[in-house]
Write a protein that binds this ligand. Structure first.
Ligand code: AMP
Length: 220
């Protein structure tokens, strides 16, 4: 059976992480989120985490080599498919990923990019109202608020704003995405391997559209 690789693209706050998670649950494929991997390293205070934290706080990309080493480690898991969230983000990372794929996967394995399209205006609105808990639970003050203001429903922890969700950092992350991330889509578009999804819809509707498109392409 050929392996399926779906690479999610989209600006920060596009909901691609949520969609990648839903798709992973639906298909049983493994999700590789470099943002989550970095946050786990930071929480565990590893050497790599301490290094990455300095970049992440400023909304800058973490060093490529650190990112690649995390991805390579994750790809060693056994799975019939992989879903990438937040990787690759630069031309160099895309080239490295293709090298890794050529070693890890067979010729008939199928690699597609999936772009979750959301405007900058919507991103600023969404991320500005995101609140998180140290336990991993994510809230949105308007769409998915906690029962008690500022307190996590699950563990009672104090909610906080991720450093990289602060307004000036959001603006910078968007700039980085448009400059470094978006141009990578051309590579997939040229090979008719780009799936576009409107990310400004309800979470469930977006998931259903993704599943429908993947079925049309006989990927699931
Ligand atoms: P995310 O949760 O995907 O928005 O990632 C949070 C932060 O982790 C980013 O703003 C970057 O600082 C860092 N990061 C995640 N993925 C990568 C990547 N592929 N390359 C470099 N830095 C990354």
């Amino acid at each position: 059976m050929p392996k399926i690789i779906i690479i999610f693209f989209g600006p920060p706050g596009s909901g691609k992480g949520t969609q990648a998670e839903l798709l992973a649950k639906f298909t049983g494929w493994k999700k590789i989120s470099t943002g989550d991997l970095f946050r786990a390293e930071i929480a565990a205070k590893t050497k790599l985490g301490v290094l990455a934290d300095k970049y992440i706080k400023r909304g800058q990309l973490a060093p490529d080599k650190a990112t690649i080493s995390l991805v390579e480690k994750s790809l060693k898991q056994k799975a019939s498919g992989f879903i990438f969230d937040g990787f690759p983000r630069t031309r160099w990372q895309l080239k490295e990923l293709l090298v890794i794929f050529s070693k890890a996967f067979k010729k008939n394995d199928r690699v597609y990019a999936l772009e979750v399209v959301v405007s900058d205006k919507e991103v600023k609105q969404r991320l500005g109202q995101r609140r998180v808990c140290a336990c991993g639970k994510v809230y949105h003050l308007a769409y998915n608020p906690p029962i008690d203001d500022g307190v996590c429903d699950i563990c009672g922890g104090k909610l906080f704003i991720r450093n990289d969700d602060k307004p000036q950092v959001i603006a910078h992350r968007l700039k980085v995405y448009h400059h470094d991330g978006e141009p990578l889509l051309d590579y997939f578009k040229k090979q008719s391997k780009l799936i576009k999804i409107n990310g400004e819809q309800a979470i469930k509707k977006i998931h259903e559209e993704i599943v429908e498109k993947l079925k049309e392409l006989r990927l699931i």
